[in-house]
Design a binder for this molecule. Structure first.
Ligand code: NAP
Length: 313
């Protein structure tokens, strides 16, 4: 099968098309094969490829295959889902550390990663959802904000941030979203009470204080602003970081936690049904063939292009 290998740590040029044997049915007990049709390019993929996560990859050494988010069709039956079912999910790549990611034609998946894709949702949209929605939901679970409380979402134009805005607003939380230029009104349509322009963390804090003088109850830090964004939080509030190395030290009794998205098939199924019903809006920035993976990484690294870049396989 065709895969993309990280051949050495470095820039996008280290990504190479390669051939590996296609997995056989049942060759890893408890795993089912998924013929992949779409894979998401996540920011973590770029950092792993660049060798910026040495502490998180254990003994894994290149060549290995990147990729967490996927959508495709089941090749083997899984509980409640016959072969041929369209499914999406994500590989908990850092927990697995097998170096078998989704930039490949076939993936061996654990059934508990998989949710069926509703008919109205295509593979590219489905592949943009799994890791981002789990991270947004589980981050908000940790915050456990009561209705009427205030939440700052940085990176709200990003894939995780947009979902966090929508989930929080649906739970009655008053959201201040830090938006890309031109996204302010859309984020309000998605439920943000205030939509403020992005900038340095200090600029963002000043804009938050102008909008919510008493400061917010919590931050969901999708833009990795980290410590400077704590100034936007009330004493005794809460802060969710999305990476260990972007987790600030707690101050003023602010509860600081790091979330790492974990697969939750039941919730993913509900999320995909909401996407099908247009009750949740996700965003795909580009759809590119697997062979153009190096260009996909360059675009993702350049940023300023909100939405998930999807590789079609
Ligand atoms: N903990 C977990 O399990 C987990 C899971 C998924 C993602 N993540 C991490 O969470 C972050 C968000 O993920 P994502 O998929 O939503 O990524 P994304 O789609 O690239 O969104 C990130 C957003 O933040 C903005 N941003 C980044 N740096 C900024 C800065 N200094 N000032 C203002 N805006 C800034 C980006 O804008 P530009 O593109 O213009 O820079 C982009 O809109 C990523 O870093 C990702 O690695 C963690």
């Amino acid at each position: 099968m065709r895969v993309v290998e990280v051949t050495a740590y470095g820039g996008p040029e280290v990504l190479r098309m390669a051939r590996r044997p296609e997995p056989e049915a049942g060759d890893v007990p408890g795993r089912v094969r998924v013929r992949l049709r779409a894979a998401g390019v996540n920011q973590a993929d770029l950092r792993i490829r660049a060798g910026r996560y040495p502490g998180h990859v254990g003994d894994l050494k290149p060549p290995f295959v990147l990729g967490t988010d996927f959508a495709g069709t089941l090749m083997d039956p899984a509980p409640g889902m016959p072969a041929g079912t369209r499914v999406a999910g994500f590989v908990p790549w850092f927990d697995e550390l097998t170096g078998e990611g989704t930039y490949a034609e076939v993936l061996r998946a654990a059934p508990e990663w998989l949710a069926p894709i509703p008919d109205d949702v295509d593979y590219t949209v489905a592949a943009s959802v799994p890791l981002a929605s789990a991270t947004a939901q589980q981050g908000l679970d940790r915050l456990a904000l009561p209705e009427g409380s205030t939440l700052l979402v940085t990176g709200a134009s990003g894939v995780v941030g947009r979902l966090a805005v929508q989930y929080a607003a649906a739970a009655g939380v008053r959201v201040v979203a830090v938006a890309h230029e031109g996204d302010e009104s859309e984020l309000k349509l998605l439920g943000a009470e205030h939509s403020i322009e992005r900038g340095t963390p200090e600029d963002v804090v000043a804009r938050v204080v102008a909008a919510v003088p008493e400061r917010v109850d919590a931050v969901f830090d999708g833009a990795f602003h980290s410590a400077p964004a704590l100034a936007a939080v009330k004493d005794g509030g809460a802060f969710i970081a999305l990476a260990a190395d972007r987790t600030p030290t707690a101050e003023r009794n602010i509860r600081v936690e790091t979330v790492r998205g974990r697969p939750d098939a039941a919730r993913l199924k509900e999320t995909l049904e909401k996407v099908a019903a247009r009750e949740l809006i996700t965003r795909v920035a580009d759809v590119m063939p697997l062979e153009e993976v190096a260009e996909a990484h360059r675009r993702a690294e350049a940023g300023h292009r909100p939405g998930r870049i999807i590789l079609m396989i």
